[in-house]
Design a protein around this ligand. Structure first.
Ligand code: TZP
Ligand code: MG
Length: 204
């Protein structure tokens, strides 16, 4: 994949939004996000047909503006939503299985410590997501922050795959994430909770 797509990677589900997720996505795209992940997950999230309907609408918006659309976890949505790729964690469907099923799609995998790195078939993935870099209130079961040091450590071990940081990242600390060796930042609340989405994304 083109690593620049990770530069401003916006992640959102309806559970992250007070305002209409479609409006938020549109504003974020107009302001310059480089990739979008549909992450309908956790308390307050939609299920079944409602989730599918929102997914289709957000997918359509991304298609109109040529923004790559990634699905979080839900393998069954990849084809229905004509997603460009899928992002999974360590406890989700295996990357081996995904790569067989989707030879040409973008596959992202979360790797947040040395054990996970050791047991992950990183030759099969397009990018690594890692975090929480800073404290995050968005993910209910978020682990302790791994800090910028973990990104530096991945680079010091010679990892050349594209890396995107996640967790507590906003316009005031994004620069540090890039300086630590990440290709980009992924954010949820920095955008969904912003009263000035355009300015927030531009600063990012
Ligand atoms: N994984 C680790 S932290 C996190 C996820 C999905 C949530 C990130 O949300 P925010 O609002 O950008 O901290
Ligand atoms: Mg997952």
């Amino acid at each position: 994949m083109n690593e620049h797509l990770l530069r401003k990677y916006f992640i959102m589900g309806s559970q992250n939004c007070v305002n209409d997720p479609r409006d938020i996505l549109l504003k974020a795209i107009e302001a310059g996000i480089t990739m979008f992940q549909f992450r309908e997950k956790g308390s307050g999230s939609k299920n079944g047909n409602e989730k599918l309907k929102l997914g289709l609408e957000l997918r359509e918006i991304c298609k109109t503006y040529d923004i790559p659309f990634i699905v979080n976890d839900h393998v069954e949505l990849v084809n229905v939503l004509e997603a460009d790729g899928i992002h999974v964690g360590q406890d989700d469907v295996s990357v081996e299985k995904l790569r067989k099923q989707f030879p040409y799609k973008i596959i992202g995998l979360s790797i947040s410590n040395q054990d996970e790195l050791k047991r992950s078939p990183i030759n099969l993935v397009d990018y690594i997501g890692t975090g929480p870099i800073f404290g995050s209130k968005t993910k209910e079961d978020a682990k302790k922050p791994v800090g910028l040091e973990w990104i530096r450590s991945l680079r010091n071990q010679g990892l050349t795959l594209p890396i995107v940081g996640i967790g507590g990242i906003n316009e005031t600390n994004a620069q540090q994430v890039l300086e630590a060796g990440a290709n980009g930042v992924s954010v949820i609340s920095a955008i969904t909770k912003s009263n000035h989405i355009f300015e927030t994304v531009q600063k990012l």
